[in-house]
Each structure stands twice: as C-alpha cells, then as structure tokens.
Design a protein. Structure first.
Length: 705
C-alpha cells in the first residue's frame, strides 16, 4: 500500500506485506489444501547408505535450523514429497514465527530466471514487493529461511549460497533449505551446496537429510486418508490386499506415485492383464491422466460456457474429450523437452511469444482454453508447470513409444526362408509424419531427464519383445534413412539398457546423434554407417570395422584442454565459474572465458614464475604471487588492469588467500612470515612471525571479513 500526502510517501512495512501476501495466497490455494488433507509427514535419515536411524523429518529440519546450520540439503527420489514438505515447512515456520524471527520464503527455483544471481530479490518481486520494500529488507539485514525447491530442475551446477552472497556484508542474511532429487547429485556434490566448501568449520555450517520412502505404516495412514477424503468405491482393505502384490510394492514407496496407483488401481485390476513393472507404471499413468481429464470434463459440463466455447466443448465431447486433452498435453511435453530443455515450468506472454511454439498451447483461439481448464498443469501468473515432473517424463516416454510402435507396425517381414534379421524393404509404405517427429535423445538431452531414461531402459530389460522390436528398427535404417532419428533413439536406449553388440552386423545403420557411451561393440561391422555427432565415450571398439562410416562431429568424451607456451604452476576458476586464471612459468597469467575457452586477458607484471593465483570471493579481483620477484599483485578481474603491487617480503611468495568477506588478503613466503594486507588499498596490516621454516601454504579460518 502507498499513500502520498504533502510530498511524503508512506510505504507499508515489507515484513507485514510478506506475511499478508502469504496467508492471503494460502487461503486461495485449493490444490495445497487438498494436499494437506492427505499429508503424512515422511521420515528422514542422515545418509544414503541406509544404516542410519530414521527420524521425523519436519522436527529434524527445524532442529538443524535452530542449531544455526547455514545450508540444509534435502534429497529424495522423484515423487518422495520434497515440494510438499517444503511448502509445509514454510507454513510451520510462519505459524511459529516470533515478532523478530526469521521470515520463511519458499522459492520454486525453476520459476526464477538465472537464480544464480539476485535470487532473493527476484523471488520477493514475484511475491509483490516493490523495489523500495526489497531494498529496505536488505538494508535492515532482515533474516530469512530460504526454502529453495527444485534444484535438480534448473540444470544448475553453481553454489547458490555463494553466488548470491548469502550472509556476506552486502548480501541477504539467512539460512537455506535446498531440495534436490538424489539421482542428480553425482559424486563430490557437497561443494555445490556448502557455504564454505573445503574450509575449516564447514561441518558446523552444513548438513543434509534424505527423505525416506514410505514405510508400510505411513502408506496405510495415507491410504486411510485417501479413502476418507475421496469417497472411493474401494475400501481401504481392498487397496491393502492389492498393494501387497510384488509387482506393485516398488511403485508405492512415495506419495505422488502412491496417489497415481490408488487413483488407477481399481480400473486396472478389473482388466486382469499380465504386465511388466514398467508397463504397469505406464498404464497407471495412462489411467491417472485419463481420469483426470474425465473428471474435469464433467466439471466443465456443469458450467455456463459462452456461445463459441459451448460449441467447441460439444464437439470435443462428441470426439472423446479426454483423448483430445491427453494428445494436447503430450504435444506440450515434447516441446518442453525439446524446446525448453526439459524444464517443467514454462512462461508465456501473449506479447513476447506471438510467433513461437508457445502460442500453440497458450493462445486464446479454438479449443486451447478449454483443454487448459482440464489439463494436469498448475498456473501461477504467466507460468505453467506440470503437477509433477514425472508426468512430463511419462508423456515424453509415451511419445517415444508411439513413434517406435509406428515404425514397428510398418516394419517389413523377413524374407521367407532367410535369416530373421535380414529384411526386404521392397514396396514398403512411407512412414507417416508422426513417426518421424524429432523427439531427440541426443547426448545433451539425456542429462537431467533420468526419468525418461529409466522408463525406456526398464521396458527393454523387462520385455524381450520390445528389445527385439527396437533391433528391428535399427535393421530397417540400413535402407530407410527416413527413420534415422527414431533409430538413433532406439540404439541409445538399447545401449543404456546394457544390450551388447559384440560382432554385430551394423553395416549401413543410420544413427546420427546416438549416445553409445560404455557400449560393447567389439568386432562390430560399421562399414558405411552414419555415426555423425554420435557420442562414443568409453566405448568398446576393439577390432570394429569403421570403413566408410560417416563420423564428422563424433565425440569420444575427451575434456577440453588448454595449451600454453610455458609450464603451468597454478590454476583457479572464478567463483561464478565463468572465467579461469592460469599462472605460468614465464611470469604471465592467462585468463580464459570458461564458456568457449578463448583467452580474454594476459596479465603481465611479475618478473618470475607465478606460484599462486586466487580470485576474491566476489570475483572482482585476482591476487597472484611470483617467486623471485618477492611481490603480491592485485588485478582487476574484469579489465585485467594491475591495481596494487604488495611489497615487503624478502623471499619467494608461495601462497595467497582471501578472507571470506574479501576485505583481507594473507600471503606466505620463504622468509618464514605471513603478511596480512588490506585487499582494497593494498596497505600492509600485520606481519605474523614465529615460523622456524618456510611458509608454503596459508588458509583463512573463515572468521575474518
């Protein structure tokens, strides 16, 4: 609120504005209210090895916050309930907040553009705060609990705590709870989340918890609530009997998939068909989304639609409304996967997106508004997202399966009396446009889409007939280049599923862009094949024949490297990872752009080899030490200009290090001393003496600014 009187501008207290905005939006959030009615608090554990005792998750996270942990990493499988827990945590913290306590702030990371910079300011702006209110909170050093949801969905490798300068003198103040899918962490992941990675005292400021799968008792509590809340025809006992079946047990260990199963199970059980686990999972989603559209179709039928919309709705209803909705959402999922990098959140602006693919799904004309009223996506302002990313993955996998099935349906039969792997393609029909749709599974697209990969590879492993059909598609590509994209996908899936091609006849196959990483192709025959832009990282190719194969752009997985004219004595990345500085034996420092590895600066000033190079925490300054020239030099990181030359040591300088706040610099030398310098002015602060031998390395405790 803002009132103007006699030139004075009175603005509402931003803390009151945030509180009011939160509780107002909570009252209107029907989806969250429904989720809360079914909510069963999960348990957690402190490690992934399964040997640690479990604990109630909410009380444990609050305990860690009270212990002043600066970053708490929350991990769990897809559908484990991370987002719901984060929303519940925010609500609990608001309800128990004291007058001067920290403000809880839930932030969906995929909804923020470039969250590595000014994340908090952007999130507060989305909450409706003005720039004046945002800056007021920052200047007041207001403390927050930042609940960051969906780190795995932003394809981000930066440390958000460091890049946003949390708890720095010029940054926002508070603690972070960051959620991420377990399978996206990889090895040595902690440095992406720790406030001060690799420094003493790190254990005290960082912790992590893992959401445990539902126990049988938790599943039963959820089941009881589900039956009571939804008034299902099945009783809880009927569900319990069905869920004890071995092929269902691994599908009901998390809240989201359990909800899918409970929704679809009565209908699948009535069919009585035998299914593999992956096929059952796909069928469960199929029934889930169909029932979702059917329920919303029924809801729309009770509304007073305007003239043209009423006619369109009638036409959709006569032609299977649910099928239209499923096809519409499937098309959107494919575009999110191929055009939006797999991000489940998409923004649409009628003015900015007039001529791109988004208008196809978010425009106002024809049947789109009606289908959007019924689809399983959530809207917040101009942002749309799938209820859960696994739904996006399901629709993409569904599209791929359909493209395979169409190729398989048109695949030629083997010649009579011939080997079953030799096909005749004479007089075969041309594949329809749908089967040629480019749902690319090139190597760059596999990263971050492990749910799609899992569905595809599981089907190969569990259904021998599907594996055989994919091999048939690969065989077809030898004479039909029109299926090359589908064939590349088929080969990628087979390799990921562990299928080996030792000695296989692959002459003339068309698989451009396929990912054959770790595949076994010893003695395989690739003569005349199309392997352009394929990835052959750590592939087995002993005695393979690649004569005449097209191999332009093939990637063998080698990392980029820099070739200097002088020995390298030190190397360091900037805090944001965008540049890299290299200290050389010829007294120079080369600075590279890490996105394309072009040299952007050559820093000259030292008279002997550069022993140590380090960036300031803000990334705005570079400090370096030479050997024989006995000096420390400070450089402007953006321009490469020499700012200060720090002199005073009487021997080689071995090491330099900034304080966490970047205001102080320490240097250690062969003269047995450590000197502390003002990083801004270059003035010598103190000289620390007492070592009996050379000082080869210096570190900062993390307490000094």
């Amino acid at each position: 609120m803002c009132n103007t009187r006699k030139g004075l501008v009175l603005k509402a207290d931003p803390k009151d504005a945030l509180k009011g905005q939160y509780f107002d939006s909570l009252k209107q959030d029907e989806a969250f209210k429904g989720t809360e009615k079914l909510y069963v608090e999960p348990h957690g554990k402190a490690s992934l090895d399964g040997k640690i005792d479990t604990f109630p998750l909410l009380s444990k996270v609050k305990e860690l916050l009270n212990a002043n942990k600066q970053v708490i990493l929350l991990t769990g499988d897809s559908g484990a309930g991370k987002t719901t827990f984060n929303r519940r945590l925010e609500k609990q913290l608001w309800e128990t907040k004291k007058e001067d306590g920290a403000i809880p702030l839930f932030i969906s990371l995929p909804s923020i553009d470039k969250p590595e910079h000014d994340l908090i300011g952007k999130a507060l702006k989305k909450r409706g705060l003005s720039e004046f209110q945002i800056q007021s909170l920052k200047k007041e050093k207001q403390r927050f609990v930042f609940v960051l949801d969906g780190y795995d969905e932003i394809r981000q490798t930066q440390n958000l705590y460091l890049s946003n300068r949390i708890n720095q003198s010029d940054g926002w103040q508070g603690q972070m709870v960051i959620s991420c899918r377990s399978e996206y962490l990889g090895q040595d992941y902690r440095s992406r989340f720790q406030p001060n990675p690799g420094r003493p005292g790190e254990v005290a400021s960082f912790d992590e918890v893992v959401i445990e799968p539902f126990s049988a008792a938790e599943r039963n509590r959820y089941l009881k609530k589900y039956v009571e809340h939804n008034g299902m025809e099945w009783e809880a006992q009927c569900y319990q009997v069905a869920l004890e079946q071995p092929h269902l047990k691994d599908l009901v260990s998390n809240p989201f998939l359990l909800q899918v199963v409970l929704e679809a199970l009565p209908y699948l059980e009535n069919e009585g068909k035998a299914r593999s686990t992956v096929q059952l999972r796909l069928d469960l989603y199929e029934h889930f989304v169909r029932r979702w559209f059917e329920r919303n179709h029924q809801r729309l039928s009770t509304q007073n639609l305007a003239g043209s919309q009423r006619e369109i709705f009638r036409a959709l209803s006569d032609d299977d409304f649910a099928e239209h909705g499923i096809g519409f959402v499937q098309e959107l999922a494919v575009h999110l996967y191929t055009e939006n990098g797999g991000n489940p959140i998409v923004e649409y602006s009628e003015f900015k997106d007039k001529n791109n693919w988004k208008k196809t799904f978010f425009g106002r004309e024809d049947k789109k508004p009606l289908l959007r009223e019924a689809w399983p996506l959530i809207r917040s302002g101009n942002q749309y997202r799938f209820m859960h990313k696994s739904l996006l993955e399901y629709f993409v996998a569904r599209e791929l399966f359909e493209s395979f099935d169409e190729c398989i349906a048109l695949a030629p039969r083997p010649r009579r009396g011939s080997n079953a792997s030799v096909y005749s393609f004479e007089n075969q029909p041309v594949l329809p446009p749908r089967a040629l749709r480019k749902v690319s599974l090139a190597p760059k697209d596999w990263v971050g889409d492990l749910g799609v990969v899992r569905l595809l590879t599981e089907r190969v492993q569990q259904e021998p007939s599907f594996k055989k059909q994919l091999l048939g598609i690969i065989e077809r590509s030898k004479t039909d280049a029109g299926v090359r994209q589908v064939t590349a996908n088929a080969m990628t899936i087979l390799v990921r599923a562990g299928v080996q091609f030792h000695g296989a006849d692959l002459k003339g196959i068309q698989i451009p862009g396929a990912d054959l990483s770790f595949g076994v192709f010893d003695s395989a025959q690739f003569q005349g094949s199309d392997l352009r832009k394929a990835t052959l990282r750590r592939i087995w190719l002993r005695n393979a024949n690649l004569s005449g194969a097209q191999m332009s752009g093939v990637q063998f997985g080698e990392w980029p490297y820099l070739k200097e004219k002088s020995p390298v004595f030190s190397c360091v990345y900037s805090p944001d990872g965008k540049t890299c500085a290299v200290g050389l034996g010829n007294s120079k420092i080369s600075v590279y752009d890490a996105s394309n590895w072009k040299k952007i600066h050559t820093l000259k000033g030292h008279t002997s080899r550069v022993n140590s190079v380090v960036y300031s925490p803000s990334g705005t300054q570079i400090a370096s030490s030479g050997s024989y020239d006995e000096a420390v030099r400070l450089w402007d990181a953006e321009s490469g200009a020499l700012v200060h030359t720090l002199e005073g040591h009487t021997s080689w300088v071995n090491s330099v290090v900034y304080s966490p706040g970047g205001k102080q610099l320490a240097s250690g030398r062969f003269d047995k001393t450590v000197r502390l310098w003002d990083a801004e002015s270059g003035a010598l602060g103190r000289t620390l003496e007492g070592h009996a031998n050379d000082v080869r390395w210096v570190v900062n405790s993390g307490r000094h600014k």
